[in-house]
Design a protein around this ligand. Structure first.
Ligand code: FAD
Length: 692
């Protein structure tokens, strides 16, 4: 039965307001370092970032009696609060008739390789608790008549473990978690941008941040030290790394910050790219029902001439339309899906159109135009899987906009909020960078190689080569909880640490001074343009060994130039951004170093990137014939078993590999045998060395 959803329901799920933050606590203490008066706030644990992952960690820490504070560049910034898609997805164990099998789910999560088996299992088991606790806090996940969660199939998900509150699932997660953090009285320092991890000996001693509120004549940049025994990095992904990006503006993540503190990063070669509207307008993913409605995708040239370019790719109108539909749940680009007339040929064709200077749009008022010489589009001429889905969804209306409205009215509402009326106008879009699968290397408790430093959410490099849609949000919730359990059990970070921090703070200020040089010929805008162009042009979905090597050399040269000349700035208000761009330049070198290493070792196409090589075995075919210029190397099975680590040693990126951590699939827990480890806290493995 078709329902019309009342406007107030659509509004509530689209315009998600956030709770009011409590007044910020005063920071009464300060130290004098190098003539600057730096305020010092001491607490047991600092959580850096207030996205879904950071808020989860903070709430769970507070519940366990830990003295915790949140610092955030922007309370409701970042991807959780600002990003989404048609049905933004949370991936959790399925409530099918017989219940899910966590081992099966773990296998699915790590199926793309380069992922630790323990982490995958932890995410699978933890997903039930993550979801139930979000529901307890008020997350409105949809249910059937009997309380079962409504599910669907998404990318890299053969079972249908996805669920969603609509386009704004992660913002709603931020809302319920932030409301809880406010209720629990977690101190929240907003407009506070962390710029350097302060290390004392071999331990985390705090995090140095820049706060406009703390600016005084004897503290012109507004530096503030947050002293802590444990630091949880939850700063999200490095969205600013690419020019073509669907991240919200101002997402820098923490890769450069971590590298400078000697922290190991992992799987930086692995990212996600896919179709969406760019951040210059309104950044949003065009997955799920946007393409399952099967709109007319075409390009427009400088003279306003339309080009039915997908008809050059696919052999029949049915093949074209069916692949467009499949893009809904095969959303990220994947090299092997360029073979056998698969759905990633769409991403390739879009990139080619953009490079030819044409704008690519989807028009929801028109069905796909036919492939020359073939029959017109018809809902009666679709591949069986596509026809069955649309029939079951009741999406059999004549026009794409009506099919979309029927399947997901929220997806139309969403764009209307940003003054884009897809009921009327074609929607311009492109292939963008969307997610960093790699990040800070952590063990299954979220610990990095630096004692006291933890990472959660997109900051943590816990995903392998592929990840099922929705696994990112789940991973942040699960690891956010694990980190809190571990910190609380350690007892070391319950209260603010004692001891002087003058020496490490002095070193931190010296490093900042080396970067900030008013007379430098380098400025952050030039660095931004250079880094983003290099990454989008040479480290996007199509890579060649030569271009990646040259890009790495150029990135290394840029960082050398920054070391020699620093970066100029005009106002104190710019300083945080200048430091973030310096760290982003470092992060780009790290990504390219990992990628160049992988390609040089003979690594093939996997996940987001096709490694194009004239000697490659994979040749995508189009209606017009073989696409020799994107002939690519196939993936090698053995690369799935290991992960690439990058560390900054001196001025050099040191690249190495390690095997995936294994989990004995045949081992079964046994209550009486395993209970003591839980009772004594041995389960937290506190005496084991850091092994990330
Ligand atoms: C368009 C789009 C659609 C997506 N759809 C899905 C989906 O359907 N399912 C899914 O699982 N994942 C999806 N993702 C990925 C997912 O949204 C993110 O991985 C996840 O929200 C990251 O959460 P986080 O808490 O780690 O980081 P974020 O939500 O990005 O939060 C980072 C926080 O850190 C703060 N911060 C950053 N730098 C600093 C600093 N230097 N100092 C202090 N604070 C700092 C920011 O202000 C922010 O509060 C999508 C991503 C995008 C871009």
């Amino acid at each position: 039965m078709a329902h019309t959803i009342p406007q107030d329901i659509l509004n509530a799920l689209t315009d998600v307001d956030m709770p009011r933050l409590a007044a910020e606590p005063e920071i009464p203490a300060a130290v004098m370092v190098q003539g600057q008066r730096v305020p010092v706030c001491a607490c047991g644990t600092v959580v850096m970032g207030s996205g879904a992952a950071g808020l989860r960690a903070a709430v769970e820490l507070k519940r366990r009696g830990v003295d915790v504070a949140i610092i955030s560049q922007s309370a409701w910034g970042g991807t959780s609060a600002c990003s989404g898609s048609d049905k933004q997805t949370l991936h959790t164990a399925n409530t099918s008739d017989r219940g899910d099998n966590f081992r099966e789910m773990a296998r699915a999560i790590r199926a793309g390789g380069a992922m630790d088996e323990d982490t995958a299992y932890v995410e699978a088991v933890g997903s039930v608790r993550a979801m139930a606790s979000l529901q307890y806090l008020g997350l409105p996940l949809p249910q059937d008549d009997f309380g079962g969660t409504l599910r669907y199939q998404t990318d890299h998900d053969d079972v249908g473990r996805a669920t969603s509150c609509g386009p704004r699932t992660s913002r709603l997660m931020v809302k319920v978690l932030a409301t809880e953090a406010v209720r629990l009285g977690v101190p929240f320092y907003n407009q506070t941008t962390a710029v350097q991890i302060v290390v004392n000996g071999r331990n985390v001693a705090g995090i140095l941040a820049i706060r406009p509120k703390s600016q005084t004549p004897d503290n012109p940049y507004g530096l503030t030290l947050f002293r802590c025994a444990a630091l949880v990095i939850a700063a999200g992904g490095p969205g600013e790394l690419y020019r073509d990006s669907v991240f919200p503006n101002g997402c820098f993540g923490s890769l450069g910050l971590a590298l400078e503190a000697g922290v190991a990063l992992v799987n930086l070669t692995e990212s996600q790219f896919g179709i969406g509207t760019r951040r210059e307008d309104f950044p949003w993913n065009l997955s799920g029902t946007y393409v399952q409605a099967i709109p007319y995708v075409h390009s427009v040239d400088g003279q306003g001439q339309e080009h039915n370019f997908l008809a050059d790719t696919y052999r029949t109108t049915q093949e074209l339309a069916s692949n467009l539909f499949r893009k809904g749940y095969q959303w990220p680009f994947h090299a092997t899906r360029m073979l056998d007339f698969g759905s990633s040929l769409i991403d390739l064709a879009i990139i080619r159109e953009n490079r030819a200077g044409r704008r690519v749009v989807m028009d929801f008022n028109r069905n796909p135009q036919p492939v020359p010489g073939d029959l017109p589009f018809s809902l009666d001429r679709l591949d069986a899987d596509v026809a069955a889905y649309l029939a079951q969804a009741g999406a059999v209306q004549e026009r794409p906009i009506d099919r979309l409205r029927h399947m997901n009215p929220l997806s139309i509402e969403l764009y209307l909020r940003y003054k884009v009326d897809i009921r009327r106008d074609p929607l311009e879009f492109a292939v963008n960078n969307q997610h960093m699968n790699g990040g800070i290397a952590v063990d299954s408790w979220g610990r990095s190689n630096l004692p006291g430093l933890y990472a959660v959410g997109e900051a943590a490099g816990t995903h392998g080569v592929t990840r099922p849609g929705g696994a990112a949000l789940n991973a942040g919730q699960v690891l956010g909880t694990r980190v809190a359990e571990h910190i609380a059990a350690s007892g070391r970070a319950q209260t603010a640490p004692d001891g002087g921090v003058e020496v490490p703070l002095e070193q931190a200020l010296e490093r900042i001074d080396r970067v900030l040089r008013p007379g430098s010929p380098l400025d952050m805008r030039a660095i931004k343009d250079e880094v983003q162009a290099r990454m989008s042009d040479h480290a996007g979905i199509l890579c060649t060994p030569d271009a990646v090597l040259q890009a790495l050399q150029a990135a290394t040269g840029l960082n050398q130039a920054i070391r020699e000349s620093g970066i100029s700035f005009k106002r104190g208000a710019e300083v945080a951004r200048v430091l973030q761009w310096q760290q982003m330049a470092l992060a780009s070198q790290a990504v390219l170093a990992a990628l160049e290493f992988y390609i040089r070792q003979g690594g093939g196409s996997r996940g987001a990137r096709a490694i194009c090589d004239p000697a490659g075995e994979g040749v995508p075919m189009a209606r017009s014939g073989p696409l020799q210029d994107v002939r690519f190397r196939l993936e090698r099975e053995r690369d799935k078993d290991e992960q690439i680590l990058v560390r900054l040693v001196g001025d050099t990126m040191q690249v190495s590999t390690r095997r995936n951590r294994r989990l004995d699939d045949s081992a079964r827990p046994f209550f009486e045998r395993d209970w003591p480890a839980w009772l004594t806290g041995a389960v937290f493995d506190l005496n084991r060395g850091q092994d990330a």
